[in-house]
Design a protein around this ligand. Structure first.
Ligand SMILES: O=C(O)C(=O)C[C@H](O)[C@H](O)COP(=O)(O)O
Length: 213
C-alpha cells in the first residue's frame, strides 16, 4: 500500500482533475504522463469520475491514479472499487478516515486550521492537504504551522498558480502542491493534449525553481 508522502517523490505538483467527458480520461492521463506528471488526482465531482479513474488506471499503468473530493465513507468504497491508489479529501472526518482504512485506501486528508491538524494527527495522519490553501492564509499560515507542527508535512491546494508554487515548495513543511491549472477545461474540450503535456512539463520544473529561491 502506497504511503501518501511518497506521492511527493514523483514531482512537485499533483494535478487536480475534473473530467466531464469519459473519452477525455485516457488521452488526458497519457498527456500528463508524457509531460512527466504521473500522480493524478481525479475529483469525484462529476458523474463520470469513477469510470474515468478506472479507465486511466487500466490504460495508463505508469500513472498513479487517485480520487479527490472524497467527502463520505461511501466515496472511499467507490474510489477503491474503481482502482484509485490514493484518496484526497477537502477535509478530515473520522468516518471517512475509517472507511479509507477499511478499504486499504491511503488518504491525504484536508485541513485548514491548527485544531484540524491536531485532529488528523491524532488519527495518525502527518501528511495533510491544506485547503483552500491561498484563501486560508497560504505561505504565511504554513510558516506559522511549522512552529508547533514540525513533524507535519503539507500539500497546499486551492488558488496555487505556476507563479506562486515555487514560494510554497520552498517551505520546509511543503512536499508537493496541488493545482488544477495543468488541466484547463478549454484544453480538454479542444482535445489539445499537446498543451497539457507542455503545462505538465513546466510544472515538473517548479521544484528546481523553488530550490533557487
Ligand atoms: O475537489 C476537491 O477536493 C479539491 O481538491 C478542490 C481542489 O483542491 C481545488 O479545486 C483546486 O484548486 P485550484 O487549483 O485553485 O482550482
Amino acid at each position: 500500500m502506497l504511503n501518501p508522502i511518497d506521492l511527493a517523490d514523483h514531482g512537485p505538483i499533483i494535478p487536480v482533475i475534473v473530467i466531464e467527458r469519459l473519452e477525455h480520461a485516457v488521452p488526458l492521463a497519457q498527456a500528463l504522463v508524457a509531460g512527466g506528471v504521473k500522480v493524478l488526482e481525479v475529483t469525484l465531482r462529476t458523474p463520470v469520475a469513477l469510470a474515468a479513474i478506472q479507465a486511466m488506471a487500466r490504460a495508463v499503468p505508469e500513472a498513479i491514479v487517485g480520487a479527490g473530493t472524497l467527502r463520505s465513507p461511501v466515496d472511499a468504497l467507490r474510489a477503491s472499487e474503481a482502482g484509485a491508489r490514493f484518496a484526497v479529501s477537502p477535509g478530515f472526518s473520522p468516518s471517512l478516515a475509517q472507511a479509507c482504512e477499511q478499504a486499504a485506501l491511503p488518504l491525504l486528508p484536508g485541513v485548514a486550521t491548527a485544531s484540524e491538524v491536531m485532529q488528523a494527527f491524532d488519527a495518525g495522519y502527518s501528511f495533510l492537504k491544506l485547503f483552500p490553501a491561498t484563501a486560508v492564509g497560504g505561505v504565511q499560515l504554513l510558516k506559522g504551522l511549522a512552529g508547533p507542527f514540525p513533524d507535519v508535512a503539507f500539500c497546499p491546494t486551492g488558488g496555487i498558480t505556476p507563479a506562486s508554487a515555487p514560494e510554497f515548495l520552498a517551505l520546509s513543511n511543503v512536499k508537493v502542491c496541488g493545482g488544477s491549472w495543468l488541466c484547463p477545461k478549454d484544453a480538454l474540450e479542444a482535445g489539445d493534449w499537446g498543451r497539457i503535456t507542455r503545462l505538465a512539463r513546466e510544472a515538473t520544473a517548479l521544484r528546481s525553481a523553488a530550490a533557487l529561491r
